[in-house]
Design a protein around this ligand. Structure first.
Ligand SMILES: Nc1ncnc2c1ncn2[C@@H]1O[C@H](COP(=O)(O)OP(=O)(O)O)[C@@H](O)[C@H]1O
Ligand SMILES: [Mg+2]
Length: 463
């Protein structure tokens, strides 16, 4: 089970982490750019306005440069976080609203201002080493010669602190989201893993033969479906087991009856209780008849196992259906007379020659006819009606015997299914017939009503 949990965490959690961290990174870069840009803009504006102020209001003819520029710096009192520097062309600070550093200014913005371009620079302050941004602009005399540079500097500490605050807040949010996802995926994996474990435990028990075990269905999901399927499988196996046991007991019972007769007659004959040759002959006839019955039964069982293993190969040959059926009817004539059953047949004109496995076909008709006779009382009628319709040959075996109960009808062709009549055999006759007809590409259908009779309809495609 560790597998599923690991997969869930790897796929789900790592994916989410990657997405969240990417979003966080993009967000922080955007925030930083936004704040830096706005600082840059206000610095530029300040440098520009100071230069304009100098151009318009200050007397550029002052011999003393520092004196003439002093109002520029003094004007700045309202903005404490901005430092204004007046720098001579060599980089020496002449005046400053902050500390006048002895260090020469050589920053990029200063260099560009000397060439008459306005620009900004970001870097560390020489004295305090704090992160600063500066914007410079050239100051010119009446002849447009650059005489000095005005440089406005501001600390980026406040902005950086603000960005850090955002970073902290968004990281906290991110961690909270991750914790929520972790908890929810733990719960999710639990709702998957626990039921799977339960299914596995019960399936293991089932595999050891404990088919009475059932899995509790917790959710109506795929695992629930799997539980249903396994439960269904177990109940089907139980049913099959039951059918198998029933079959074995009914087959043994079927076999015992003729064996008892054979053994009884054999013993009687060997003890020599019969002087009469006729009596001995009668006994031997019974033995032969019962042996035939045994042989038929064993044949039926062998057939069945062949059909079940899909080992039966049809031996197709052109067959005169009418002739075959009439021959079968002749075979049953004696029995029908004895049981006072009227056995009749009806054929439409022009029944074509037909390709079937002759022996298998006969076996089907005999099986169905045998059922009709077995499950019909004395003085009833059986009719075999053979006709063609479009591309089909239709053989109906109609009796007005005991019929089949409505609830039994859907199961009647199942192997081992038999009615509760004393005459019912092993219950594989119809299953075998159905398989043989299906192998021929046809269909076998039963219509029946209790106490009214049964109609077995075989349809075969005329090829
Ligand atoms: N013509 C019929 N009339 C009434 N019941 C029938 C008829 N044919 C089949 N059945 C019912 O179907 C069951 C299954 O038939 P079959 O598979 O031939 O098994 P078996 O003949 O060995 O009992 C029979 O036991 C019987 O209850
Ligand atoms: Mg039968």
């Amino acid at each position: 089970m560790k597998g599923i949990k690991k997969r869930l965490f790897l796929n789900y959690l790592i994916g989410v982490c990657l997405v969240l961290f990417s979003v966080e990174l993009i967000l922080m870069i955007s925030i930083k750019n936004y704040y830096y840009k706005s600082v840059e803009q206000s610095l530029n504006e300040k440098a520009q306005s100071s230069a304009t102020f100098y151009d318009q209001y200050l007397n550029k003819n002052y011999a003393n440069l520092s004196d003439s520029l002093a109002p520029l710096v003094e004007n700045n009192t309202e903005q404490q976080n901005i430092e204004i520097q007046i720098i001579d062309k060599k980089g020496n600070i002449l005046l400053s609203s902050g500390i006048v550093s002895a260090e020469k200014i050589q920053t990029n913005d200063f260099q560009k201002a000397l060439k008459g371009e306005a620009s900004t620079w970001t870097g560390n302050n020489f004295d305090t080493n704090e992160k600063v941004m500066s914007a410079s602009n050239a100051l010119k005399d009446l002849d447009s010669n650059i005489i000095a540079v005005i440089r406005v500097v501001t600390s980026l500490e406040d902005v950086n602190n603000l960005i850090l605050k955002y970073l902290f807040l968004s990281m906290t949010l991110l961690i909270v989201i991750l914790i929520c996802i972790f908890i929810s995926s733990t719960i999710l994996s639990k709702t998957i893993i626990e039921p799977v474990r339960e299914v596995n435990d019960i399936a293991r028990k089932m595999s050891k033969g404990q088919f009475n075990e059932r899995i509790n269905k917790h959710y109506n999901d795929e695992i629930g479906e799997l539980s249903d399927t396994l439960n269904y499988m177990a109940s089907e196996i139980l049913k099959a087991e039951e059918t198998k046991n029933d079959f074995i007991s009914s087959v043994s019972h079927e076999l015992r009856t003729p064996l008892t007769a054979i053994k009884g007659w054999g013993e009687t004959i060997i003890t020599g209780s019969f002087e009469d040759k006729e009596e001995i002959e009668k006994g031997l006839k019974v033995i032969l008849r019962e042996t035939d019955r045994l042989k038929n039964m064993v044949d039926e069982l062998l057939d069945f196992s062949k059909l079940e293993g899909n080992k039966l190969v049809l031996n197709m040959e052109k067959t005169d259906i009418k002739e075959e059926i009439e021959e079968i009817l002749r075979l049953y004539d004696g029995r029908a007379k004895k049981e006072r059953i009227s056995l009749q047949s009806k054929f439409t004109e022009n029944i074509p020659e037909f390709s079937v496995d002759r022996n298998r076909f006969k076996q089907v008709i005999i099986n169905i006819l045998d059922n009709a006779m077995k499950f019909s009382p004395k003085d009833s009628n059986i009719l075999i009606n053979v006709s063609t319709l479009e591309n089909e040959l239709i053989i109906e075996i109609i009796d007005n015997g005991y019929g089949i109960a409505k609830e039994d009808l859907p199961k009647i062709k199942d192997k081992f299914f038999k009615g509760n009549s004393k005459k019912s055999g092993s219950g594989i006759g119809l299953a075998v017939c159905d398989k043989i007809i299906k192998l021929h590409g046809g269909s076998l259908e039963l219509k029946s009503e209790l106490n009214k009779g049964t109609n077995v309809i075989i349809k075969l495609r005329i090829n």
